[in-house]
Design a protein around this ligand. Sequence first.
Ligand code: GAL
Length: 714
Amino acid sequence: MFILKFKFRPILVIALAWIFTGSLAAQTPKSGTSQNFNLIRWNHGKFLYGADYYPEAWPQNQWAQDARRMHAAGINFVRMGEFAWVKMEPAEGQYHFGWLDQALQTLAAQGIHAVLGTPTAAPPAWLYSKYPDIAAVNRQGIAYRFGSRRDYSLLNPHFLAATRAIVTAEAEHFKNNPAVIGFQIDNELGNPYCYDRYCQAAFQAWCRKKYHTLAGLNRAWGTIFWGHTYTAWTQIPLPWNTLFGVVNPSLALDYDRFFDQATRNFLDMQAQILRRIAPTKAITTNEMGMFDAIDYSKLNRALDFVAWDNYPMFDQRHANYFGPGLSHDLMRGSKDGENFMVMEEEGGLPGWTTFWGRQAAPGLYRVWAYQAIAHGADGVCYFRWRTSRYGTEQYWQGILDQDSYPNTRYRMIARMGKEVQRLRPWLEGTEVRSQIAMLISPASRWAFHIQPLTKGFDYNRQLLAYYRAFRRRGANVDVVFPQQDFSQYKLLIAPSLFVVTPQLEAKLSAFVRGGGVLVLTYRSGVKNGNNVFTARTLPGRLARLAGVEIHDYDPATTQRQAIAMNGKKYPAGVWFDILTPGAGTQTLARYARLFYRGQAAVSLHPEGRGAVIYVGTEPSSHAFYNQFAALAARRAGVHLSGLLPAGVEEASREKAGTRLIFLLNYTGQPKTVALGIATRNALTGGSVGAQVKLPGYGVRVLIESDSAAFTFRR
Ligand code: GAL
């Protein structure tokens, strides 16, 4: 009956559903159960050290030995159950949690607590067969077949009903179990995008809620172009499956916002059930660092703490610590700088379905885990306890292999298990502090996916280039989002700030006038919030603040270009904004080639008590960024140390009067760091001189509590 009705009036039902889930979301407590969630206190006073465990895939007579081995390695935490829907609910409405009770009991006997996944990432085959339309549909309108995971439509009413039922049953069953300390919602939310009829109806309802009138929507999206004017809400299409794959960028950006919000509503709906039934348990979800379909800074408002999945060796060069470092900082920044945990830390050789990746020296597993801690993690949980014998992920190693032999990775992880508990008193209460921040604009990132400037454009590469230059000198770097408060920073780097709203313009102006140094790069201020091209002179709303005008630009295709700064030349590419500096704006670098040779490429505009540096291109050599970081920091009054040896990272956490300095060597060769101050080794208590020697893959955690030296270092 419902289905029949639904068929004839989809927009009405979906619109109601959308408004309903939207209002549910609004009731979700804003910031979990507490501000600044203390993960160590929550984990019964222990540094959270764990493994992702799948007891459902192993004979029960192996569980006790697993628990003993975990305990021996210092493991006090597991995450379980996130793909076990069919085991929890083998047939509709029949719940079987007894096996999980037994697993929890076996683990608890060894002092191990658990976060349980809500299993919605893996809907059972029976659910697909009963409601075939829960399957997600791709851009071409083709539904996925059963056989993967997270291939559901997150707006399908049957899927939502089944989700509410299983989450309710799970929360009811475990709400009083002391071995369960929290829940992880789903697994790596954020895709696939949804293109089914439910999504289309919900998108139309979302547009209606945002624009109120069709005239308003048509104006905002500029639908006069090619006569795309809509005369009924039901005419609004989903983006992309068009002739030549063209799309109205305004519609596409709103679709990205809609999908972001749909994902948020799905998480909020689960969070609300869990909070209502099991209010003493903490709530998180496992996220993906630089993954950008979701605006984590909004999603994470409903969580108690942020957790994410860190696979540094999956696609990185082994000594390149900048990518994972930036991801940690982004994850920390996505919840106002609060400490977080790694829910899946790489614990073995990656691969996936068909091919293996590259094996790393066992020592690196420890260095990467320490990196997480150095960047603010108060918990590290390795993926996975044991490599699977079955299914898609046979080519993805856990700590142990299928034979459970206590191999070198196990021994390395056991060594670290002892260390982290010794470090716990030092770690607890410390946080990462920084004077420098990178501003990430989710709207700009989405808009660039819709219209990348040139084939070579990569928003994240720019973030990393600037980030790397500051980290090479041992500076902590935060990540902030447009709606957050960034007034406390001295230096703010906002690469390619494509989409600029009046609110963001006002915040950036206040930041600069108050004394901050803002770094903008090419293609800033081009679009308004509707992804419509500005009618102002570029860089649009930022032109006055930046003290430059851009009347000509040259997208790099095959031509070579370079910029000259302080008598040195640096190669540059991707895009060349040809700057016309205003009165009082200095030129820091000029183009060295082509018809605009000699014209300004980088400018500095003093404004109020601060300044704006505009970099009109993307230099491609590290040498430029090293010079630039020194220049920008000097201008902002930020102290930077000298360059660290290649492959060595310095990062710090602090609390009143004490700073912990982490030195991490990602290479197999010994390295020496000229720290310039005397410290104590947090693990041994021994004093350490100003020159610190690190063995290959070595880690030092040093305590600096001398207040004079502390002042000097800042
Ligand atoms: C993560 C995911 C895990 C597992 C892991 C290794 O992205 O959350 O379930 O698939 O990758 O493949």
